[in-house]
Design a protein around this ligand. Structure first.
Ligand code: FEO
Length: 399
């Protein structure tokens, strides 16, 4: 059964959602699936913007063939060559051998690597500012290198104010009938997943996101068409502002995310007491969010850290080092180039607590991050006489 929606004049959404997928990139857990958006422009020329993941190819082909209505396909524009969008390129070229594939120099290098069988297809190489005319719609290309692959680019249709943004402005989460963000309570349903998608997939490349946002700043954008998640046609500025903040590594609120590792519950108990003290002293302006690093997948923790101004890490000492899941999280934060956060550290050790010092060393390379001087040290477990020093530590976290 086909599922085709009109995005703007002559622009159709012909994408599909995968609700069975367990992990995006075989890493990130998905509880509500993901959509792969593909767009078809029907003008004097027909233009397909990107294909889809192989998992939804059957739906994609039904949509594409019905939307073309036995007509020919003139152009396939490739904004992004990652396989969740490019899997059907060779099949599209095989079915419409007269079409022209449009991409930049890096696109074609990757096309040759993934699909050498497309070597004979007509190719049109574009650079920054080049325009592809389809008739009444003309698409201007804006290069978006390393958002989050080197060949990524945007396409701008001035006649409808539509910006095709590849992975940028995408989100985890399948579509559930509507394709527009305003057909959902986006903040409730998608915002956390949009942030998790951004932080984990694109987060390392904030500088490159800032560069392309600057290019797009002068455009009168009415519609944003990403490759994942809802299309934006209302409150476009609100979501652009979120992207601006995330890519500047600025927290969204004054919240405190407390993340602990715990073998037997003693560090968990300390983290819970500390959280209680933070809530009591910080009040409603300083929301506290408490997580077990062994239980919550690191991608959710990264999303929470992207949101919050302050991060408290509580780790047992393990083999004279940092508790392994906590060490993995810190490695992730360093790989993503997190900036501009306040950290506080809690260590536990029954005979030689060392995880505080080691976490401090690891985190010291993060730019713009402050690690408060006090480390809360626990020898095995907290007890009633420790209350005052934990309360003093909470005050230092909040200061
Ligand atoms: Fe959705 Fe970078 O692929």
């Amino acid at each position: 059964m086909t599922d085709i929606k009109t995005v703007a004049q002559d622009i159709l959404w012909i994408g599909a959602s995968d609700r069975r997928i367990e992990r995006f990139e075989n890493i990130f857990p998905l509880t509500d699936g993901v959509s792969y958006n593909s767009y078809l422009v029907k003008d004097e020329k027909t233009v397909l913007f990107d294909t889809c993941d192989v998992a939804v190819s059957e739906q994609f082909w039904q949509n594409l063939t019905e939307a073309l209505d036995d007509g020919k396909l003139d152009y396939l524009v490739v904004l992004h060559m990652e396989p969740d969008h490019c899997s059907q390129i060779a099949s599209v070229v095989s079915r419409y051998p007269e079409l022209t594939v449009v991409g930049n120099a890096k696109t074609f290098t990757m096309l040759n690597q993934f699909f050498p069988e497309t070597a004979a297809v007509k190719r049109q190489e574009v650079k920054e500012g080049d325009v592809l005319s389809a008739g009444s719609h003309s698409f201007r290309f804006l290069m978006a290198p390393m958002v989050h692959w080197p060949e990524a680019m945007f396409a701008w249709d001035e006649s409808t104010g539509t910006l095709f943004t590849a992975d940028a402005f995408g989100t985890f989460g399948a579509l559930e009938g509507g394709i527009f963000a305003d057909e959902y309570d986006f903040e409730k349903k998608y915002l956390d997943e949009a942030r998790r998608y951004y932080a984990n997939i694109v987060g390392k490349y904030g500088m490159q996101v800032q560069a392309v946002l600057k290019k797009a700043a002068g455009l009168e954008i009415r519609t944003i068409c990403p490759l994942h998640g809802p299309v934006w046609r209302k409150d476009v500025r609100w979501f652009i502002d979120k992207y601006d903040k995330w890519s500047r590594y600025e927290p969204e609120d004054d919240g405190i995310v407390v993340i602990y590792g715990s073998l037997y519950g003693h560090t968990a108990s300390a983290a819970a007491y500390l959280s209680s003290a933070l809530v009591e002293k910080g009040g409603p302006g300083r929301p506290v969010r408490l997580f077990d690093v062994s239980k919550t997948h690191a991608s959710y923790l990264v999303g929470e850290i992207w949101k919050s101004g302050t991060v408290v890490l509580c780790s047992p000492t393990y083999n004279n080092g940092i508790y392994l899941p906590m060490h993995a999280l810190i490695h992730d934060l360093k790989a993503l180039g997190l900036k501009n956060r306040k950290f506080a550290l809690v260590e536990n050790g029954t005979w030689a607590p060392a995880s505080g010092k080691l976490m401090r060393e690891e985190l010291s390379s993060l730019q713009g991050c402050q690690i408060i001087e006090e480390t809360l040290t626990i020898k095995s477990a907290l007890h009633a006489p420790d209350k005052d020093r934990v309360d003093a530590f909470a005050a230092a976290v909040l200061a």
